[in-house]
Write a protein that binds this ligand. Sequence first.
Ligand code: BGC
Length: 756
Amino acid sequence: MKRILTIGSALLSAAVAFAQAPQLNKNNIDEVVKAMTLEEKITLVVGANRFVGDENGPGPAPGMPERRSVDMTGLVEKPKSDGVTAFSSGRVKGAAGDVVPVERLGITTMVLADGPAGLRIDATRPGDENTYYCTAFPIGSLLSASWDPELTQRVTTAMGSEVLEYGADVLLAPAMNIHRNPLCGRNFEYYSEDPLLAGKIAAAYVKGVQSNGVGTSVKHFAANSQETLRNGQNASVSERALREIYLKGFEIVVKEAQPWTIMSSYNKINGVLASENRWLITDVLRGEWGFKGFVMTDWWAEENGARQIAAGNDMLMPGTPHQYADILAAVESGRLDIRFLDDCVRRILQVMVASPTFNRYEYSNKPDLAAHAALTREAASQGMVLLKNGNALPLAKKRKVALFGVPSYDTMVGGSGSGYVNRAYKVTVDEGLEAAGFRLDKELAASYREYVKAEKAKQPAEYFWIIPTVEETVIGPAEAEAAARRNDVCIYSIGRMAGEGGDRTLTPGDWYLSKTEETNLDVLCEAFHKAGKKVIVLLNMGNIVDMSWSSKPDAILHTWMDGQEAGNSVADVLSGKVSPSGKLPMTIAKHYEDYSSAKDFPMSNGNPGDVNYDEDIFVGYRHFDRYPETILYPFGFGLSYTSFEYSGLKAEKSGDALQISVKVTNTGKCSGREVVQIYVGAPEGNAVKPVKELRAFGKTAELKPKESEVLTMTVKLSDLRRFDAYEREWKLDKGEYVVSAAASSQDIRENVTVTL
Ligand code: BGC
């Protein structure tokens, strides 16, 4: 009897506590924070994965430990033995992280899922016949190569609707670190060597996704320029380079698009981990830029949970028991003032009340995949860059094509790692060309298809960490000559896979062409040129390779990684249905050694963990403008099937901005779009400065022959400032500013000067 009474009164007091507990809504966040126990607060800031032990989860991918610590004595990253290795397995299978709900107070979960090229969740679920495929959209570098924020926003509006309809709350994207060096393994996810281009594309990306009422997580904040020793390497970088280059893009996104969340990066910046860096997260991001959302760590980035919270890094993902214990001990001992934790909790709740899960959105699990496939086909064709064209392209349909190269038949449509997407299918280049009406050499196609199939059968299935690629085959002179006799033209694809967790290498087969690729190219050029026929090279990769061979073929089209409709997008451009209008978001130098970071990548002086950003602000074209003789294809370069003339450049000061306009006329024979870049060269002042910097850009609509469009752009005077490292403030130098309208960083069409 006594026992029944005790249980009864316990239930009663629990019920009273529950009834009295405020239930979270958008107007009572402070009240809810007040009602939370210390344990509940920590529960909210530490992700759900702390409940998942080794034995429950899938564990790390082979050779790719998910949980890492850095062995600073060598280039080895070792998995910690104490740890949790699984992704959390929440409501949306395959999502990267879940927030732990506090039901007593009406605090719900939030589902966080990758990634930049589309939502990454599991396509199938045990015991469930339905499928949950997502659209593999074009990769980041292709979006920036389109120089088209409007197109980007359309793509990510579609992407965001998949996030919403599959029940997730926050997409862990866009990824927007600067292409400091062409060998960074994740450059394919990132946008550019230039922060304005990266920032504008990322802002459009965020607006598109968030227009669905779901969030984004702009990553990886900041100076996360490599994968080698990514969890602990220290970027030694000046404040000026941070402000003008590495933080600038993030600043643009925050001010223009207010992302719901930001993801801090794994690396250290000048000795302090980004996730523990209060200057970065609290003073700059929130204080100076006015960021209103919450900050989460990158996955497993932990050293000291309490220090992360004190820095203003609100959420620790995916969450470990160790982080929970760490914060609890720190608050109890007085080492961490609870007000830091309260701030984090408040900021998370402010985002949560807008989220679909909190608002009980009834998701359909049925996004419009057909419409999104059509959009991805269109988008990819807008970002391809025509690097060379000696009267080889466009190709009339019905032409007989000798299609060589393994990536023509096993096209790489995206990179590996968290940027992978579980798509329903991919269209390879051979399939796309055939569907468009080209006549592929049957014998050749059959032998490649057979080879690819046989090789694939020996390989493990594609998995997000690992996308196996098939080795290139050797093309013999006799084979090439026979193909040259039978066909009108030769297309040869060169492909490179890249992904999270490792940088690319300065070796044949990666940065350089492999011996096989080199001889194949020679053999094909020799045979087809002898027969008076053209050779077209397709680059199928997320970034760039050494191109010292570029004089050999007649045409080179950089197709990037186009997403699941790749082959169709490539066919649209090769056939001339779409005139190429992409331009390079990075410089292709003559030699790797010409890049300003070459000697300090992936580490300085052979010193594991330390990377000196000695090139300072001279990254990309800011460096190459001083050494133009080292450029092969400049930043901003890309050909079209038509030609454009620029005229009437005007730059007028009006209030606190420059109003810039320039007329672009299609002077060629087919329709096309043109990307115009506005560079500004600033007066010397008392600082070393780049020759010029990209300050605005615009893209025309599709112009018919003889048609013109006046592009207008605004540049705020404050965006012409430089960061004065000594006085630690932005300064606008007085004097003459040269405003240029350019077709690439090396092709200035018109200049005007403005005195400020
Ligand atoms: C990556 C992030 C990603 C996260 C969750 C990390 O390894 O660096 O970009 O969002 O995993 O998958």
